[in-house]
Design a protein around this ligand. Structure first.
Ligand code: C2E
Ligand code: MG
Ligand code: MG
Length: 763
């Protein structure tokens, strides 16, 4: 559907057209001395002005805000003029004498330009792109040019004709002066107007017709040649146009939108200069050489035009520059990730395609690393999206720092990143440096957050000439997925035969379930050593599985057990087995020997879990405080309220709760207050850099202090070097677990370990 064009109601147009045509015939064509023509002329002017006052008044009633005041001003001006014309007609027609000058009529007539000027000032202006200086120049230009015209015609003539009195001259001068000012206003308003241009055009044209007639009248009167005719028709026409202006129907939205400035409008200031030039030329040809003042003014006008041109040029140059910058921005936006500024998927695929083309030509090496962050969703859910976004930005910074120049790092979406390596070199080295770069914790909102990534790697073989970007990316994705399924923080190189099907999961899950049932799983035990006494404080039970002759690491089969639902049976078995063993080892042991069992996150809130645990405790007659359940932070997240309740029940039953892998997740020290815990186990990755990174030392010191305040035991996990142990001891960490002291061992080696022989590292 097309919007209807602006229209003036047909009857109004018809009346206007007939009236004007009649006026043209009678006023211009008729004998100006006949009383009929004079009467017709006066009444036609009166009628036109009154009609304009009426339509404008009606428009004022209908509109609101600025527009209402504008139409009101137009109505007042027209009504004033109509009143003046009534006085004039009364002298001329009723009393049959020439209207004296000045008279009351002049008050009404002069009210018009004043009110019209106010109306123009009230007309809504467009902000526009024009600079302030150019706008000021346009104003000066139009003013100067029109001043020149006015002076050479009406104003000059009126001044040189003089008047009967100063007052009479003043009134006489008021006409051309106010006309001149009104014309300037018309030019300026029209060149920067917003809203309905058709309305303003009619209004401005009407006012202009009136101003020109007015000045013409002043000019002709001053040299005694005024004889009605065309001048009077100008007045009638002017008011008819003004009367039509409020009748223009404008669709609402069109009236409110700030439309594009039509070419013709920008030309208006020049138009006034052209008129000035024409008038000057005509005056010179008719033997009126310009005065000095006029010459100076003309010179000024020329100068102003030059300055305006210069400013326009400069503005255009600036505009071109702006456009170029904007275009570059848009191009960047199209190819880059808005959050991190990395390449986006589109650009990555483009570069990869290009690299594969080159590979087809010269067999150069091309590899792709596909990264997916581990547990990013958990971070997002706990710390909030703002923190999640910040984390992504920091990660991308580290990735960029880890790769070589020439490698492309892209964010493919969410927490997925890809790196294109096309400069040769060993992709495994880059993968290792990426992994290393992500290792230090990120500090977000005062929380230390550790983020791992599962990485898939695919390298194009020299024989592989026909592969596509999509195919390669899919292989990298598959390798990443395989890495993720075999536990977190892993790297897998793509191999043919890797697939995304759940088939292998199912097969492994079934085998695992079978192993749990038939005693195919075993538990190794790793001592937790008390540094004060040098004795074994407790043991952590760690599941072991050998499947098809291969030792499957827990990082691989525990996730499978979780995904296939075997984990419930596995934990139940581990609990029973570990408690049975520790009950045996405790006989004849002086201290309380603790046993730690790992519990997978969703299990803690499993209905019946508490019952299972208490049954095991009863079955093997464990003492209060002897069983420790190790949970990770993510167990507390699924349903905090529920988890808290379960933890409280377990603690009532004499079970102690250890927060495992502390420092890997997202909890800050302050969050520890919220959960009822007994033990915090600091993750190996934190202990890892203890002897090289002073920040880790500071973190551990405050954690130990807080642990002390809260009555928490702190265990340092994964201690491999003597320097780490010494530091931990110095910081006051009493409990330690790690290869340096003892590796996880089969049950038959445990009695010797707990018998009290001292550990080499402690001596
Ligand atoms: P975790 O509970 O944090 O267990 C500690 C892990 O660190 C064990 O790995 C242990 O062998 C290893 N470790 C101990 N000292 C050192 C050291 O000095 N250096 C290094 N590099 N590693 C050390 P493991 O046995 O491979 O177990 C891995 C994870 O699998 C465990 O992490 C635990 O989350 C899970 N897991 C093991 N057994 C079970 C189980 O029975 N049930 C459940 N739900 N999870 C289990
Ligand atoms: Mg553990
Ligand atoms: Mg741990």
């Amino acid at each position: 559907m097309t919007t209807p064009r602006r229209r003036i109601p047909v009857p109004a147009l018809a009346v206007a057209a007939v009236g004007l045509a009649l006026s043209a015939v009678v006023v211009v064509g008729g004998d100006s001395h006949s009383s009929f023509v004079r009467s017709f002329n006066d009444l036609a002017q009166l009628a036109a002005a009154a009609a304009a006052a009426l339509t404008a008044g009606h428009a004022a009633l209908r509109s609101s805000g600025r527009a209402r005041w504008m139409w009101l001003a137009v109505a007042v001006g027209c009504a004033g003029w109509a009143a003046g014309e009534s006085v004039w007609s009364w002298y001329e027609l009723a009393r049959g004498i020439d209207t004296p000058f000045p008279s009351l009529a002049d008050i009404g007539f002069l009210l018009f330009p004043a009110a019209a000027g106010v109306a123009l000032l009230l007309h809504p202006a467009r902000g526009g792109r024009l600079t302030r200086s150019r706008r000021a120049l346009d104003a000066t230009l139009a003013t100067s040019a029109l001043a020149l015209v006015s002076w050479e015609t009406a104003l000059g003539a009126v001044v040189s004709a003089g008047g009967d009195s100063r007052f009479a001259l003043g009134v006489a001068l008021a006409y051309p002066l106010s006309d001149f000012l009104l014309l300037v206003l018309i030019v300026l308003t029209f060149s920067r107007a917003s809203g309905s241009r058709a309305q303003l055009a009619l209004l401005a044209a009407g006012m202009a017709a009136l101003s020109v007639s007015d000045s013409g009248f002043a000019y002709l009167t001053s040299n005694g040649t005024y004889d009605g005719g065309a001048i009077d028709l100008g007045w009638i026409t002017g008011f008819v146009l003004i009367a039509l202006a409020p009748l223009v129907r404008t669709p609402e939205e069109e009236a409110s939108q700030t439309g594009k400035q039509p070419e013709a409008v920008t030309v208006l200031p020049y138009l006034s200069v052209a008129v000035a030039g024409a008038v000057t030329a005509a005056r010179m040809l008719t033997g009126h050489p310009p005065t000095r003042g006029q010459t100076a003014l003309s010179g000024a006008v020329v100068l102003l035009i030059l300055v305006r041109q210069y400013l326009t040029l400069r503005e255009n140059a600036a505009l071109v520059g702006e456009l170029a910058v904007r275009e570059a921005q848009l191009r960047h936006q199209a190819f880059h990730d808005a959050l991190t500024g990395l390449a986006n998927r589109g650009l990555f695929q483009d570069r990869l395609g290009h690299a594969l083309d080159l590979h087809g030509r010269d067999l150069r090496a091309v590899s792709v690393l596909f990264l997916d962050l581990d547990d990013f969703k958990v971070i997002n859910d706990t710390l909030g999206h703002a923190a999640g976004d910040e984390l992504l930005v920091r990660i991308s910074e580290r990735l960029l720092a880890a790769v070589r120049t020439g490698d492309t790092v892209a964010r493919l979406g969410g927490d997925e990143f890809a790196i294109l390596l096309e400069d040769g070199g060993d992709p495994l080295t880059v993968a290792a440096s990426v992994e290393l770069a992500l290792r230090p914790a990120f500090v977000l909102d005062g929380s230390a957050v550790k983020v791992g990534a599962s990485i898939g790697l695919v390298a194009v073989e020299p024989s592989d000439t026909a592969t596509t970007a999509d195919a390669l990316l899919a292989k990298a994705d598959t390798a990443m997925y395989t890495a993720k399924r075999s536990g977190k923080g892993q790297l897998r190189v793509f191999e043919e035969g890797m697939s995304l099907t759940e088939l292998s999961d199912q097969r492994m899950g079934t085998a695992l379930a079978h192993a749990v049932e038939t005693g195919g799983l075993t538990l190794d035990y790793q001592p937790v050593v008390n540094l004060d006494t040098g004795q074994v404080e407790g043991l952590e039970a760690l599941a072991r599985w050998t499947h098809d002759g291969r030792v499957v690491p827990p990082s691989e089969f525990i996730p499978v057990a979780e995904r296939t639902g075997v984990i419930g049976a596995l934990t139940e078995w581990a609990l029973d087995e570990a408690c049975r063993r520790v009950a045996g080892w405790s006989r004849g042991h002086k201290q309380l020997l603790q046993i730690s069992v790992n519990v997978s996150p969703p299990q803690i809130t499993d209905p019946g879990f508490v019952a299972t645990v208490t049954a095991v405790l009863a079955r093997h007659r464990l003492r209060r405080g002897q069983l420790v359940l190790e949970i990770t932070e993510s167990s507390l997240l699924t349903d905090v309220v529920l988890a808290r309740g379960v933890i409280a029940e377990l603690r009532d039953a004499g079970v102690r709760i250890a927060l495992d892998d502390f420092g890997v997740g997202f909890s800050s020290l302050s969050q520890l207050h919220a959960i009822e815990l007994d033990i915090v186990k600091i993750d190996r990755s934190f202990i890892d850099q203890l002897d090289t990174d002073p920040r880790q030392v500071r973190f551990l010191r405050s954690l130990l202090r807080l642990g002390g305040d809260l009555g928490l035991q702190v265990v340092g996990e994964g201690v491999e070097r003597q320097a780490q142990l010494d530091l931990l001891r110095e910081l006051g960490c009493r409990l330690v677990q790690g290869y340096l002291l003892a590796r996880p061992m089969p049950p038959d080696e445990v009695p010797a370990a707990i018998a009290g022989q001292s550990f080499a590292a402690l001596s």
